[in-house]
Ligand binder design. Structure first.
Ligand code: PMP
Length: 362
C-alpha cells in the first residue's frame, strides 16, 4: 500500500511541495502596519447606509456574472474611458492568476523586476510557468540593459510592472517603461495597486499600445476586505481572460458593497489624502530616528536601518512586535533589501504609537 506521504510526493509537483503558503502574520490586538491597508474607519452614518443595502442582498441567488453596476461605478470613480473593457477579480491576485493561466504553455515565461510583488512568482510556479526576476539597480531603478536583454533573448509572454512598486514604493521612469513595452512581443501589465497614493497613472498606455493592460484594486483605497481587483484594456485581451474566469467570482455582498462604496469614492480618496500627509510626517520622523527612507509614492515607506543600527532590522521588527506593533521585515529576503523594513502608513494615532515604540527600542 502506498503511504499518503508517498502519494503526495507522486502527485504534487516538487516545486509546489517546496513552497510555503503566503505568510500572513497574526495581528490580533496589534497596531497593524504590515499589509498596506487603509486604517481609517467609515462614519456610523455611512456604515448604516451600507448595512441597509446589504439587507436587501439576494444571497439565495448567484451573483450577476459580469457585475455591470460595479464596472460602471469603477469607470466613473476612476475616470476610465468607455472604450476600454473591464474584467473583475477576487482581488487583483486572482487577475494575476488569470493572466498567467492565459499564457501558460510549455516554456512560457513571466518576467518582473525584483524585488517586487511576491505573487507574480508564486502564481507562475502554481501555473507551471517559468518565472524570470530581473534585479533592480541598487537605487531601485529599472536595470534597462538587463530587462531588454531578457525581453529580446527570452521573449517573456507576460511582464508585470508594479507602479508604484511594492516593496520599494517608487515609480520608474516613464520613458523607460515605454521602451520596455515597445521592445516586448508579450503582454505588459501595469499593476497600479497603489494608484491612490501615486503622482502618476498609466491609463494612457492603453491608447498608445496594444500589448498593455492596466490592473488596479480596491484593496489599498480602503476596501481590502471586499476582495475586488480589476483590469482595464482592449476587449481582444479581456474576452480571452473572461473565458477562464470562474463564472461567479465576485460574490453578491462584494458587488453590493462595492457599488455603494464607489458612490462614496470621494470619502475614500479623502482618507488617502490623510495617509499621504502622514506619509510625509513619517518620512521625516523615521529619517530623524536614523533610518534611510526611500521616496514613497505609495501608502508605505521602505526604510533601511543601516545608519545608526547596522544589521538590526530583524531585531527592530521583533522588538516592535513586543511593543504590539506589527510591520513587515524585509531583511533576509531579496539581497537589495538587506536591513530593510516596510512601514505601512497608519492613522495619526497609530503612527504615533509606532514612533514611540521605535524611540523606546532605539
Ligand atoms: N499588486 C501589488 C503590487 C500588491 O502589492 C498587491 C497586494 N499587496 C496586489 C497586487 C494584490 O492586491 P489585491 O489582491 O488585494 O487586490
Amino acid at each position: 500500500m502506498t503511504s499518503i506521504t508517498q502519494m503526495v510526493e507522486n502527485l504534487v509537483r516538487p516545486e509546489i511541495r517546496a513552497l510555503s503558503a503566503y505568510p500572513v502574520g497574526d495581528a490580533s490586538g496589534m497596531v497593524k502596519l504590515d499589509a498596506m491597508e487603509n486604517p481609517h474607519q467609515w462614519s456610523e452614518e455611512l456604515k448604516q447606509a451600507w448595512a441597509k443595502k446589504i439587507q436587501h442582498a439576494d444571497i439565495n441567488r448567484y451573483p450577476h456574472p459580469q457585475a455591470p453596476k460595479v464596472k460602471d461605478g469603477l469607470r466613473k470613480a476612476m475616470n476610465v474611458p468607455e472604450q476600454f473593457d473591464c474584467l473583475l477579480g477576487n482581488g487583483s491576485d486572482e487577475i494575476i492568476q488569470l493572466l498567467t493561466m492565459l499564457v501558460a504553455k510549455p516554456r512560457a515565461k513571466v518576467m518582473a523586476p525584483e524585488p517586487g510583488f511576491v505573487m507574480y512568482k508564486m502564481i507562475a510556479i502554481f501555473c507551471g510557468v517559468e518565472y524570470v526576476g530581473i534585479p533592480l539597480t541598487a537605487d531601485f531603478e529599472l536595470d534597462m540593459p538587463a530587462m531588454l536583454t531578457c525581453i529580446n533573448e527570452q521573449q517573456p509572454e507576460l511582464i508585470f510592472l508594479a507602479q508604484p512598486n511594492n516593496p520599494t514604493a517608487n515609480l520608474y521612469s516613464e520613458s523607460q517603461l515605454r521602451e520596455l513595452i515597445q521592445a516586448s512581443q508579450g503582454l505588459v501589465i501595469m499593476d497600479e495597486a497603489y494608484l491612490p497614493f501615486s503622482s502618476r497613472n498609466h491609463l494612457h498606455f492603453l491608447e498608445e499600445f496594444d500589448n498593455v493592460l492596466v490592473m488596479r484594486t480596491l484593496s489599498k483605497v480602503g476596501l481590502a476586505g471586499l476582495r475586488l481587483g480589476m483590469i482595464f484594456g482592449r476587449s481582444e485581451w479581456l474576452n480571452e481572460l473572461d473565458k477562464i474566469r470562474m463564472p461567479y467570482n465576485i460574490n453578491v455582498l462584494t458587488q453590493i458593497s462595492a457599488e455603494f462604496a464607489l458612490e462614496h469614492y470621494d470619502i475614500l480618496l479623502g482618507q488617502c489624502e490623510l495617509i499621504k500627509q502622514e506619509r510625509t510626517r513619517m518620512q521625516n520622523a523615521l529619517t530623524e530616528l536614523g533610518f534611510t527612507c526611500y521616496k514613497s509614492e505609495a501608502n508605505f515607506i521602505l526604510a533601511r536601518a543601516d545608519m545608526a543600527f547596522e544589521g538590526q532590522a530583524k531585531e527592530i521588527f521583533e522588538q516592535l512586535k513586543r511593543h504590539n506593533v506589527l510591520i513587515k521585515c524585509l531583511a533576509g529576503g531579496h539581497p537589495l533589501l538587506e536591513n530593510c523594513l516596510r512601514f505601512t502608513i497608519g492613522t495619526e494615532g497609530e503612527n504615533g504609537l509606532l514612533l514611540e515604540a521605535l524611540k523606546d527600542i532605539l
